[in-house]
Design a binder for this molecule. Structure first.
Ligand SMILES: Cc1cc2nc3c(=O)[nH]c(=O)nc-3n(C[C@H](O)[C@H](O)[C@H](O)COP(=O)(O)O)c2cc1C
Length: 204
């Protein structure tokens, strides 16, 4: 009997469908998901593979006024990069930055922290945390939700890290915007995999 995993199992097929149809919502409704739904997203996230079982991921789940506080920190971090932060022409950009976390009812900041494991490789822990984020994106529709992965300059800003109690050596991998999709995004195109795949040792 073949030991090759089969994809005929209904659950496995559903996973394949979920991955092939994954897309980012274009807009979220204001309705706040239940905490239990967010917990399920995080349960899925932590099933990601990770070397030495380091579990380098940390999740910060913001809703309501916590998103406004994050927006203030985003604006402060942009302000610090501007040559003349109080100039009127910068006001709109700062306001846009302040409003960013309000684009979804829940924002989950996901960080890869430096663990105590002396064998830990930062790149591996970063990759593991990125895989955890992708799990959240993949399972969101099964919970009736949508999820959008964002980072931007704010993710590497020390003020933003400090807001979450993170250290300079920790990395923010994602701000996952979560909610009920009001407008679903279209499936974005990808190059044909033949352009990005090299087959080695194959006879067919
Ligand atoms: C690490 C990472 C960071 C990203 N940061 C942003 C971002 O800051 N802003 C943004 O509009 N899209 C960002 N994206 C891209 C979107 O999440 C999304 O994948 C893209 O808009 C394509 O849409 P799709 O997910 O529906 O294919 C990021 C993606 C990744 C993997």
């Amino acid at each position: 009997m073949s030991t090759t995993p089969q994809t005929t199992d209904a659950a496995a097929s559903a996973v394949l469908e979920a991955v092939l149809n994954r897309r980012s919502p274009a807009a979220f409704s204001r309705e706040q998901p239940a905490r239990a739904q967010i917990e399920q997203l995080i349960q899925a996230a932590v099933r990601a593979p990770n070397h030495y079982r380091n579990e380098p991921w940390r999740f910060f789940v913001l809703t309501g006024p916590a998103r406004e506080q994050l927006g203030e920190v985003f604006a402060e971090s942009l302000k610090a990069k501007l040559a003349s932060p109080d100039a009127p022409e910068n006001a709109a950009a700062l306001e846009r930055e302040r409003a960013k976390p309000l684009r979804a009812p829940v924002v989950i900041a996901v960080a890869a922290v430096k663990t105590d494991n002396p064998k830990a490789l930062p790149d591996e822990d970063l990759s593991a945390t990125a895989a955890a984020v992708e799990n959240m994106l993949t399972v969101a529709p099964a919970l009736g939700l949508g999820a959008f992965w964002r980072t931007g300059d704010a993710a590497s800003d020390e003020r933003v890290k400090a807001f979450f109690g993170l250290r300079p050596e920790d990395r923010i991998v994602a701000f996952v915007y979560v909610g009920y999709p009001e407008v679903m995004g279209k499936l974005t195109p990808r190059r044909d995999v033949s352009e990005t795949t090299t087959w080695l040792g194959w006879n067919e």
